[in-house]
Design a protein around this ligand. Structure first.
Ligand code: GTP
Ligand code: MG
Length: 193
């Protein structure tokens, strides 16, 4: 897709702040610091529209990015960062549930994992959580540039097995560094828009 317009519309903490224009949405979920915001930036060819950071926990709100007046990418706060208080975790859980539970315009969820590592227990939980709401999942195994080519297939197989992906759920290798996997990601996303 040729992105000619991309803008942040709102950083929301609750339902009443979500955009009301009924455009379809694709949400990004994944561990803190895994590369969710970088994925968005790479797809839309913008360096830092979705704010990224080498420190985990940069994204704390539901950030709605409107793309070509056609759909939203929703950048969701990451999970699994150890230095988060119990209170923060509870707040995060409530925010996720409120969003995933009754957002009619949410068409699919991208679960971003790090191709170098076996998906964590939190990743498995997140996958199950999304499936519980009967939403399609696209798993993006990112940071592909950090592994040798010879290991790709084995790491992808491991991710599919650990997450126990259903046959209809796609798993795509990706790198925000090199742009590998970008065209495939767009092709898949278009089927949900
Ligand atoms: P939170 O908002 O904290 O949950 O993080 P996030 O998932 O949005 O991660 P973000 O996009 O901010 O990226 C975290 C770090 O990983 C940054 O230093 C990025 O430059 C780096 N990074 C992201 N994707 C890639 C990739 O494909 N390859 C490499 N080498 N680095 C990446
Ligand atoms: Mg982020």
């Amino acid at each position: 897709m040729k992105v000619t317009n991309a803008e942040i519309v709102i950083s929301a903490v609750s339902k009443k702040q979500y955009p009301g224009d009924q455009l379809p949405e694709i949400a990004l979920a994944g561990r803190s610091n895994v590369g969710k915001s970088s994925f968005i930036n790479k797809l839309i060819n913008r360096k830092n529209l979705a704010r990224t950071s080498s420190k985990p926990g940069k994204t704390q709100t539901l950030n709605f990015y409107k793309i070509n007046d056609l759909f939203y990418f929703v950048d969701v706060p990451g999970y699994g960062y150890a230095k988060v208080s119990k209170k923060e975790r509870v707040k995060w859980g409530r925010m996720m549930e409120e969003y995933f539970q009754n957002r009619k315009t949410l068409k699919a969820v991208i679960l971003v994992t790090d191709i170098r590592h076996e998906p964590t227990r939190d990743d498995v939980q997140m996958y199950d959580f999304v499936k519980y709401f009967e939403l399609p999942v696209i798993v993006i195994a990112t940071k592909l540039d950090k592994i040798p080519k010879g290991k790709r297939q084995a790491y992808l197989k491991r991710a599919r097995e650990t997450l126990q992906l259903e046959a209809e759920d796609a798993l795509l290798p990706f790198s925000a560094e090199t742009g590998e996997g970008k065209d495939e990601a767009w092709a898949l996303l278009k089927t949900y828009l």
